[in-house]
Design a protein around this ligand. Structure first.
Ligand code: AGP
Length: 606
């Protein structure tokens, strides 16, 4: 998951490329680079680390040029280093790439036999030399076409040519690529977020398509080399700014705007006057659905687990859940009587997109729950349910998780009503409860702000930690452990509380922090018994509950008393202290909050 940008202009492109790369850093940040055409030659500059480092190099040694490409890298082939940073250039060609070339080793051997000298360990460099080679015999479009046909795997490419010094070329297969239109300049980029500061007119490439952009023209070609016309979209103006504002980092902003996320999401789907949920033209008759399969990765997958409990309880439809990277390779029988729901904040996650593609090829019904409505997954689904959370920049997902769960919960309630699994009175009550959720989230945020920093200290020296819950709290325990891992790099494990006696109880020792999620629900007593088992073995329990009348308080390190709520709303409230806990532990460890090591926001490679 890297980020690429390309600009063809009638003025110097360097500052716009650098600004766009800074917006793309959430896609990868272990190295960065730029190439421009200056006095008819390719001028390449690159470095390890952040775009700021590249900016310092350019400050000392400016790159001019009216044409340019840029790249931020998340390493797949070859360590993060200057030589492995993109662009990869020959005398004739310079390339930036997002994706994985699966036959790069065999191509590299052939090209080395033809005399090409590789400098890097990357798969991308084979693209540079293939283009260079084909250009010796063929014209531009033919050389590009032959190169792309030789490659196996995925790519979004930005390409400069010394010989054609008024154009930037883009090509897409499996990794996202967009074209933007500006005043006497045109752009290509990994996503609309990178282009938004320069234009709101966007065209998305589909797999197999190539674009050739100059400062006053954009041509598109399909996989058969035929020139095609493509739609220009006008980007929606997000209700939110994708800026930090007064917050120290994006993550604290995104955690603290979760009540607004919930409010906007409810407003989009719930007609408060008519007390009805509006799914617009949902293309699948809920009465006809025989099974629902929920698919996602990471945090998005955790929202699928949570939703499983809601769908089972409310709709009486059999539910399956699966991790996208597993689903896509299973020998699974897909059925036209099922509904396949894909959950993805970015809408570009390669595994989730591949799982969706498998379903599309089998012509079964697909629906996606996404934040980026212009994303590949959204554009490929039969139906899209946006979460309306606004841009989420922090690599660790927070408000998008609340939005994903909320849309899935709203969907479950609506399907339940249509299938008459709940009465109209119950339906109306659930809608009234939904309206209360934003205030409950706000109350929880205010309560946790003062309590969590103290608790965070307990995790610093611990050799690990556990997060336990039952029912709807089990996926929240998984999410809490994931947040702590990805933000503070400390080991943490989420587990079903009832499973502890089957082995993991052996991990409990004096002083080990154990977070117990025990809301006022049907599992409460059982979870408290599990808590006692942990305390008896020296575990340091942080209890998160909204049932404070029945708690034995001794030997509990902290009790967080959450607001009372309908049982089905507890996942939203229980998530918040866990997000803040991970945040404060990471702060104490001086970790990079918005860009944790080794990760990237949108995993567009397998
Ligand atoms: C969440 O904190 C992680 N950054 C990661 O697990 C993420 O949820 C996962 O990669 C799926 O991303 P998506 O929602 O954009 O598909």
């Amino acid at each position: 998951m890297c980020g690429i940008i390309g600009i063809a202009s009638n003025k110097s492109v360097t500052s716009n490329i650098i600004n766009s790369l800074k917006k793309l850093e959430y896609r990868g940040y272990d190295s960065a680079g730029i190439a421009t055409i200056v006095n008819g030659n390719i001028d390449e500059k690159k470095c390890t680390g952040r775009v700021d480092n590249l900016e310092k190099i350019l400050f000392k040694n400016p790159s001019k040029g009216l044409l340019g490409i840029g790249h931020v890298r998340w390493a797949t082939h070859g360590i993060p280093s200057q030589v492995n940073a993109h662009p990869h250039s020959s005398e004739e060609v310079s390339v930036v790439h997002n994706g994985i070339i699966e036959n790069s080793n065999e191509l590299k051997k052939k090209l080395e036999q033809s005399g090409y000298k590789f400098k890097s360990q990357t798969d991308t460099e084979v693209i540079t030399f293939l283009l260079t080679d084909f250009l010796k015999e063929f014209d531009l479009v033919e050389a590009i076409n032959k190169t792309l046909k030789t490659l196996n795997g995925s790519f979004a490419l930005g390409i400069l040519f010394k010989k054609y010094d008024n154009i930037v070329v883009g090509a897409r297969r499996g990794s996202p690529l967009a074209v933007g239109y500006g005043p006497q300049e045109n752009y290509l980029g990994s996503d609309s977020y990178a282009l938004k500061s320069m234009t709101n007119k966007i065209t998305y490439l589909e797999d197999g398509e190539v674009c050739i952009i100059s400062n006053n023209k954009v041509d598109f070609y399909n996989s058969k080399n035929i020139k095609i016309n493509k739609k220009i979209l006008t980007l929606s103006n997000d209700k939110y700014t994708a800026e930090k504002g007064d917050y120290k980092d994006f993550m604290s902003k995104e955690i603290n705007e979760q009540n607004i996320t919930a409010k906007n999401c409810v407003k989009e789907y719930v007609d408060q006057l008519r007390k009805d949920i509006n799914l617009y033209n949902f293309p699948i008759q809920p009465k006809d659905i025989q099974k629902i399969i929920l698919i996602g990765c990471g945090t998005a997958y955790h929202s699928c687990i949570t939703a499983k409990y809601w769908f089972e309880e409310l709709t009486n439809i059999p539910i399956e859940i699966d991790i996208a990277s597993e689903f896509r390779y299973r020998k699974i029988k897909l059925s036209k009587k099922n509904l396949y729901i894909f959950v993805s904040q970015s809408g570009e996650t390669a595994d989730t997109f591949a799982a969706l593609d498998l379903c599309k090829k089998n012509k079964v019904k697909t629906c996606s729950v996404v934040n980026a409505v212009e994303s590949s997954i959204a554009r490929s689904s039969d139906f899209v349910l946006p979460i309306h959370a606004g841009p989420e920049i922090g690599v660790a997902s927070t408000k998008a998780f609340i939005g994903q769960m909320l849309v899935l919960y709203i969907l479950a309630i609506k399907i339940s009503q249509i299938r008459k699994e709940i009465s109209e009175t119950e339906y109306e009550k659930k809608i009234i409860d939904l309206k209360k959720l934003p205030d409950l989230i706000k109350k929880t945020l205010n309560y946790c702000q003062n309590n969590i920093p103290t608790i965070a200290k307990d995790f610093l020296k611990a050799k690990g930690s556990m997060f336990l819950g039952r029912g709807l709290s089990f996926p929240i325990a998984l999410e809490g452990a994931l947040k702590l891992k990805e933000l503070s790099y400390l080991h943490a494990e989420g587990y079903p509380a009832g499973e502890m006696k089957h082995g993991p109880l052996a991990l409990i020792e004096e002083g080990l922090p154990v977070v117990i999620l025990a809301p006022k629900d049907r599992y409460f007593e059982k979870t408290i018994s599990n808590m006692q088992e942990v305390i008896a073995r020296g575990g340091k329990v942080i209890l998160i509950t909204n049932e404070t009348k029945k708690i034995i308080s001794e030997n509990i390190r902290f009790t967080l008393e959450m607001p009372e709520s309908n049982e089905n709303l507890t996942p939203f409230l229980m998530t918040i202290p866990l997000q803040l806990l991970a945040y404060h532990v990471a702060l104490l460890k001086n970790c990079d909050i918005d860009k944790p090591r080794n990760l990237a926001k949108s995993v567009t490679v397998e």
